[in-house]
Design a protein. Structure first.
Length: 610
């Protein structure tokens, strides 16, 4: 399968200097001095209650667990599930998942809002499709289908009965004499694990804006990751929000979640206010069902080939003649550029010239997306406020067929808070914008999840102490220090997963799954050889950190030109835990580097205690 170049404005139709000035202007008016501090602290009861509350599964009493195991997997979302899969495949089965939710799935457990779908090609995003001998029903799978697919993996590999659910980690402390981690929980558990895999996810803790007066509001409030169908009506399976027919509703935030939920709220609510700081780019979403003939034609290894194709098409360079198998908004820039180069007979150009041409295509594609807003939204003022003025990857690219049309409804109003860089205030009866009070019955927070340089706030674990009682929060006070992006000095037998100091792939399940596979190789080898502890040496860690920093991705565009969002740590230019730091030479080079390290056999850069 191949796809055609998208029709975008010609280069001469795009005034790039003027757009650069406009991008800068739009960025500056949204910047806030407090950056991530604009969100409520975890101690705030809105945040705390959301962490403690599970509207989907009752929390039931259980006896405390006191035991020794080989591996404690902290988290039961995709990363934890992939850790369990790779451990099982390697013959390591004495492990437990420990998870604060009432079931497996992570973001796909908590997020059950109306309209939820995968934002990426599901044939790439959903891991283990060949191992499970199945395919998603369509290109962008619905949230419930993904949740059910996760449960099928959990049951096939026997994870469910081992899991400790509705359980929060309170402390993780290294016992040097026993060479084990002592994991304590809020349920009174004491788990003595030889190894710990930190699989808590990247976007897992709901956040709320620190809006003045937020606690004065007497109406209904909830976060989209704790959707209250008892209040709105409908259900996850049938999102007919009929109880909103007499309700005035506001939704704060216009990221991926809001783009999907707004069409349902606009359809059913008496009045809907969409509160926007920064608009998302929203393309159309063709979402065809899986073609049976195509499915029958797939050969072993097809998913890895498709995932590699997505990486090249979305993040790197599509080689001449290599088709774009994904054919959506994520791959448009490279797809268009390749079509132009092909029409020119594939001229020999330098990387510098290629990147210059790619930048021009970026402006052309974004101009197309802004023109799409004009073509759909009737009110010119609303249309202008909905236009995304920034580079393509400054915010998560989105697609939806109903979002913009919703603003043509008479009961839907956009509240543009860009000039105040956020909502001004809330009152007992509603919210205040530009001095006017808007009375509402319900405020829904589509405000996302914690991405912060405050690691304790992000993880929510009070104590993580390694050898010599070193706290991870002190050790990483100025940012991550690792060997190979997943282990660190002072913390033997502990593996970190997520965006830390490793290879970067646009497909998160693939990236975190490969991290779990690498950690599993170390664990399985240590158990087989009777190794009690493996830990990066100080010298090994420092050498890797120096090498990583010398090859780190150039983030200057994101840090200096992008509007604030979780992609940019809310504009925190010196963010110690910036989300997308990665290995500059690319994902494939990173995989080669990790394979060479494993092939060496003796775990170079590590201290090994037998």
């Amino acid at each position: 399968m191949n796809c055609l170049k998208t029709i975008v404005p010609a280069p001469e139709e795009v005034d790039i200097p003027a757009l650069k000035a406009k991008y800068k202007q739009e960025r500056e008016k949204r910047m806030r001095r407090e950056t991530g501090g604009q969100y409520a602290a975890p101690e705030d009861h809105l945040v705390y209650d959301t962490r403690e509350h599970d509207p989907f599964t009752p929390i039931v009493p259980r006896d405390a667990v006191d035991e020794e195991i080989d591996v404690a997997i902290l988290g039961a979302g995709w990363t934890g599930i992939m850790a369990g899969f790779h451990l099982t495949k390697a013959g390591v089965t004495n492990f437990r998942h420990i998870e604060h939710a009432g079931g497996f799935g992570g973001t796909w457990y908590w997020n059950r809002y109306p309209g939820i779908q995968c934002d990426n090609d599901a044939y790439c995003y959903l891991p283990l499709l060949e191992e499970m001998n199945t395919l998603p029903s369509k290109k962008f799978a619905d949230g419930k289908e993904i949740y059910e697919y996760i449960q099928s993996i959990v049951d096939k590999f026997g994870f469910r009965d081992k899991a400790l659910l509705h359980t929060e980690i309170t402390a993780i402390e290294w016992d040097e004499e026993a060479k084990r981690w002592v994991v304590s929980t809020n349920r009174g558990d004491t788990i003595r694990a030889r190894f710990v895999m930190m699989c808590g996810g990247t976007l897992s803790t709901p956040k709320f804006p620190a809006v003045p007066g937020i606690h004065k509001f007497k109406g209904k409030m909830f976060h989209t990751s704790r959707w209250d169908y008892g209040y709105t009506g409908g259900s996850w399976e049938n999102p007919v929000l009929d109880k909103l027919a007499d309700k005035r509703v506001a939704i704060l935030g216009t990221g991926a979640t809001s783009i999907q939920a707004v069409p349902y709220l606009g359809k059913y609510a008496k009045q809907l206010y969409v509160i926007q700081r920064t608009p998302s780019s929203v393309d159309e979403r063709p979402n065809p069902p899986t073609n049976p003939e195509w499915a029958a034609s797939l050969k072993p290894g097809w998913q890895a080939e498709r995932q590699a194709n997505f990486l090249r098409a979305a993040n790197e360079i599509i080689p001449p003649g290599d088709p774009d198998l994904i054919c959506d908004i994520w791959t448009e820039i490279n797809r268009n550029l390749n079509a132009e180069l092909e029409a020119e007979g594939w001229p020999q150009i330098s990387m510098e010239e290629f990147m210059q041409r790619r930048e021009v295509m970026d402006f052309r594609v974004m101009e197309r997306l802004r023109k799409r807003v004009e073509d759909i939204v009737n009110d010119p003022e609303t249309a202008e406020a909905l236009k995304p003025y920034y580079r393509f990857m400054c915010k998560r690219p989105l697609s939806n067929n109903d979002y913009y049309e919703t603003f043509n409804r008479p009961n839907v109003k956009l509240i543009d808070v860009s000039t105040t860089a956020g909502l001004e205030a809330m009152t007992e009866n509603g919210f205040v914008h530009q001095g006017q009070e808007y009375e509402i019955d319900c405020m829904i927070f589509a405000s996302g999840f914690e991405v912060t340089s405050d690691l304790k706030r992000r993880w929510g674990i009070s104590t993580i102490n390694g050898r010599d009682d070193v706290s991870i929060y002190d050790h990483w006070a100025d940012g991550p220090l690792t060997l190979n992006g997943n282990m660190t000095h002072h913390f033997p037998n502990m593996f970190f997963h997520g965006y830390i100091q490793g290879g970067l792939n646009g497909n998160t399940t693939l990236q975190f799954g490969e991290q779990a596979r690498h950690a599993t190789w170390i664990i399985a080898n240590a158990l087989e050889k009777g190794i009690k502890a493996v830990e990066p040496t100080k010298e090994g860690m420092e050498a890797y950190v120096e090498d990583f920093r010398s090859k780190e991705l150039d983030l200057s565009i994101i840090l200096n030109e992008c509007t604030p969002s979780y992609f940019t740590n809310e504009g925190e230019k010196e963010a110690k835990w910036f989300l997308f730091r990665g290995w500059g030479p690319g994902w494939d080079d990173w995989q080669r580097k990790m394979q060479e390290w494993r092939d060496a056999g003796d775990m170079p850069g590590m201290r090994v205690d037998s």
